[in-house]
Design a protein around this ligand. Structure first.
Ligand code: 5AD
Ligand code: SF4
Length: 426
């Protein structure tokens, strides 16, 4: 029996799909090289915004016709959406046969033996110990270090679908990072909803980073997502400064630059505290790139509060910002807040945010012209077979001339030109 997994949402889900692949392979299933050859279609889903949920239901409905030629074909819902509404989707006419939640992947082979089924219980200690995910990337690998979240930001569904925070054992993390480098993936990203609060026995996050660097000498680049500004300690900044593998990049979601809005978001920091962390990072690592997440049109956000966010964007000058239109999620605190912002206002603010960030990103990328960067070449460029592309240490896309012999290597190159997304190098 062959399976095919489609993954939506964040990198946590990418890593979970690799875990599911490992569980299925161990149970004797085989990965299909394309969707047409599969007997089981798995959709690993995201609930963070309503749009993400609608999109995946559309995808599933597009694939249902396959059951006509292949009556034994099974459609499986995994991930956050399965956890949130899997039970009701199984009773509706969706084409979904099986729903398995984020803590229940070990039971997937058993459930697949039944015609229909679900496993959606929470298990707040599930950490998938001793399981080695099958990394699917060619050069970059994602390694989960913790699961769940304790923060309860008022807009966020994650604590309700992924349960409470738990950290993975150092031994398992080490085995995972080693297996990545043994497969020539030298750029590793450690994953968790809030990596800064990693704690396993007496190992804190900065200790974990230092230890990985020491124990995996083949590793060339180490990254982590996502960091919560309230837990970004001076010790972590120091660990980043001292390390030669930790990349000069941090993703630090700000969400809003307005203190009232931050309070209603339950973010536990003010803009001043956020700015202080940015300054600490830039003092220690002057060339660091800082990226962020921002939400437009949070309930109660006034025009002037929104302007504060734009002002913060101008002051900080993020290298890149993922900008989102607020999406009310049932069960979260802010879905019940008064003063929900009309859709057209949310959209209009989102557009202004994106336009401003595009300008800033272009400026940041153009400031790189003339500088030397290291590109970890991952593939041919999208446009040409005579050009290759990959990421710089500070998480920008670099394009340079070259053929397949360059793929998989680290190339030092000089930035000649830049767009708001790519560094063109020589
Ligand atoms: N509406 C809009 N954006 C959201 N995010 C999380 N929940 C919501 C929501 N309800 C965004 C946040 C988070 C990113 C992963 O998704 O910016 O950092
Ligand atoms: Fe989406 Fe959040 Fe789940 Fe990731 S953890 S898949 S972002 S809902």
């Amino acid at each position: 029996m062959k399976y095919y997994i489609e993954t939506y949402g964040c990198q946590m889900n990418v890593a979970d799909s690799e875990l599911v692949a490992s569980i299925l392979n161990e149970a004797g299933y085989e990965a299909a090289n394309n969707i047409d050859n599969a007997d089981i279609l798995l959709f690993n889903t995201c609930s963070v915004r309503e749009h993400a949920e609608r999109r995946v239901l559309g995808r599933i409905s597009n694939e249902r016709h396959r059951k006509k030629e292949k009556p034994h074909l099974k459609i499986v819902l995994l991930g956050c959406m399965a956890q949130r509404i899997g039970e009701s989707l199984l009773t509706e006419d969706t084409g979904i046969d099986v729903a398995v939640g984020v803590d229940q992947y070990k039971y997937l082979p058993a459930i697949l033996k039944e015609e229909h089924g679900s496993a959606l219980n929470f298990n707040s200690t599930e950490n998938y110990e001793h399981l080695l995910p099958i990394h699917q990337g060619k050069h970059c690998a994602f390694v989960t270090i913790m699961r769940g979240c304790n923060n309860f930001c008022s807009y966020c569904i994650v604590p309700y679908v992924r349960g409470r925070e738990r950290s993975r054992s150092y031994t398992d993390i080490l085995a995972d990072v080693r297996s990545a480098t043994d497969q020539e993936m030298y750029d590793v990203t450690l994953l968790g909803q809030n990596v800064n609060s990693y704690h396993y026995q007496d190992i804190s996050f900065p200790i974990l980073l230092r230890q990985i660097e020491k124990d995996v000498p083949k590793l060339r680049r180490l990254r982590f997502v996502t960091s919560h500004p309230k837990d970004l300690s001076d010790d972590l900044v120091q660990a980043m400064q001292e390390s030669s593998v930790l990349c000069e990049h941090i993703h630090l979601p700000m969400q809003s630059g307005d203190n009232e809005t931050l309070k209603r978001m339950n973010r536990s920091y003010s803009y001043e505290i956020y700015l202080d962390r940015v300054k600490a990072l830039r003092n220690a690592i002057p060339e660091i790139a800082i990226t962020t997440d921002l939400i437009a049109g949070f309930p109660g956000e006034t025009e002037s509060q929104f302007e504060s966010t734009l002002q913060a964007m101008r002051e900080i000058e993020f290298d890149y910002a993922f900008c989102f239109k607020y999406s009310p999620r049932e069960g979260t605190a802010s879905a019940k807040y008064p003063d929900q912002i009309p859709e057209e206002v949310r959209l209009e603010r989102l557009k202004r945010m994106i336009d401003l960030q595009r300008e800033i990103t272009l400026k940041k990328f153009q400031a790189m012209i003339g500088k030397e960067v290291e590109v970890y070449v991952e593939d041919f460029s999208k446009k040409s077979r005579t050009q290759v592309s990959g990421k710089t240490r500070d998480f920008k896309i670099g394009v340079l001339s070259g053929d397949e012999t360059k793929i998989g290597s680290f190339v030092k190159a000089k930035v000649r030109a830049a767009t708001a997304g790519t560094l063109i190098c020589d």
